[in-house]
Ligand binder design. Structure first.
Ligand SMILES: Nc1ncnc2c1ncn2[C@@H]1O[C@H](COP(=O)(O)OP(=O)(O)OP(=O)(O)O)[C@@H](O)[C@H]1O
Ligand SMILES: [Mg+2]
Length: 324
């Protein structure tokens, strides 16, 4: 039976809703590529609301009766989203079948529009707020996924440390120039936090293929399984890093506190607790720094979403360090 985590419920943060164009709003050349690639006209397109980019995300039903999933974004709508679609094309194209990720069918890129046609996953996003049984289903699917991709079956991705070099290490930057709006706890401990996270690149080291962007809007429940979508940030590292990065979003979306998830991650039990705390610090620093930056183009609610995850990550870090 479905049980919400009411005892832990926080004000529920819905994921930012991007303004997604529908299929008929895409340029003719993109729609032509869809039809040419799939070899059939589209009889019905359903725009998906989950996710972040201000791009199209359409489940397509074809005249042939087959299905496909389309995501497409223009660099004009959001340059970074277009870059992420390109990155996902490289990554998704290198993933082996059978790991719980949709197959990549084709890529469109004319320098302005980037489109990916993928296998359509007939699933549903986890219920929000998080329900106990669905969260357990996600955690067991994630453990299976990680077991299947250790060591990483693809060499097309870089390490977590390399691919996140610009994002993590935020406490050092915050300590050098504390921004307006920085919360009092962070301000009080800036130098300690910068010191704690310093060794994050070594702490995340590992051979597992990580998704590195796990959130409710990047997974679909299919029967008893879970298919993880949106592999733009895939990289290699320690398996538990995926859980550490995912956990603040679960707390934010009405689930249990982050440590609850980590306690159920089979990979975390063997991990060095100091390495875990280092990565919790790095993740907390990331959300704290990002939340205080100006909003990116066409993503007005992203900063609030990051601020809420930052709150949960810092609360977790405060518990793990005992710093008051
Ligand atoms: N292969 C698929 N089949 C069916 N539905 C999918 C598939 N991939 C994604 N979806 C649905 O579409 C939504 C948006 O997709 P996705 O997460 O890939 O895009 P995005 O978050 O906008 O992209 P990005 O993070 O790269 O900017 C997901 O939340 C999911 O509900
Ligand atoms: Mg997404």
């Amino acid at each position: 039976m479905s049980r919400p985590f009411r005892e832990h419920a926080d004000p529920l943060a819905a994921a930012p809703r991007p303004r997604r164009p529908d299929l008929h709003e895409l340029p003719h050349r993109v729609r032509r590529w869809v039809v040419d690639t799939l070899g059939s006209e589209v009889s019905h397109s359903t725009t998906q609301t989950g996710g972040f980019s201000p791009g199209a995300a359409c489940r397509l039903l074809l005249n042939s009766g087959e299905r496909a999933f389309l995501k497409a974004v223009s660099a004009t709508a959001n340059r970074e989203a277009a870059a992420l679609h390109r990155r996902e094309a490289l990554t998704a194209g290198s993933l082996p079948p059978g790991i719980g990720a949709p197959a990549l069918l084709s890529v469109f890129d004319d320098g302005e529009w980037v489109g990916l046609l993928m296998e359509d996953i007939d699933g549903r996003p986890p219920t929000q707020p998080w329900q106990a049984d669905e969260l357990e289903q996600v955690l067991s699917s994630l453990a299976r996924l990680h077991a299947n991709v250790t060591p990483s079956p693809t060499s097309a991705v870089s390490s977590f440390a390399e691919s996140h070099a610009d994002q993590l290490g935020a406490w050092r930057r915050l300590a050098a120039a504390p921004p307006d709006g920085l919360d009092a706890w962070s301000r009080r401990h800036l130098d300690l936090l910068a010191g704690l996270e310093r060794v994050w690149p070594a702490a995340v080291d590992g051979t597992t293929l990580l998704h590195a962007d796990l959130r409710a809007d990047n997974m679909l429940l299919v029967g008893n399984n879970v298919v993880f979508v949106d592999w733009a940030w895939a990289c290699t590292g320690a398996a538990w890093v995926d859980t550490v990065a995912f956990a603040p979003s679960v707390a934010m979306q009405g689930g249990p506190p982050p440590q609850w998830l980590l306690d159920r991650c089979p990979w975390a039990t063997a991990a060095d607790p100091e390495a875990v705390t280092t990565v919790v610090a790095a993740v907390a620093g990331y959300f704290t720094e990002q939340a205080l930056l100006p909003s990116p183009a066409n993503l007005p609610s992203l900063r609030d979403f990051q601020a809420r995850q930052g709150h949960h990550a810092r609360t977790w870090l405060r518990e793990r360090t005992g710093w008051r």
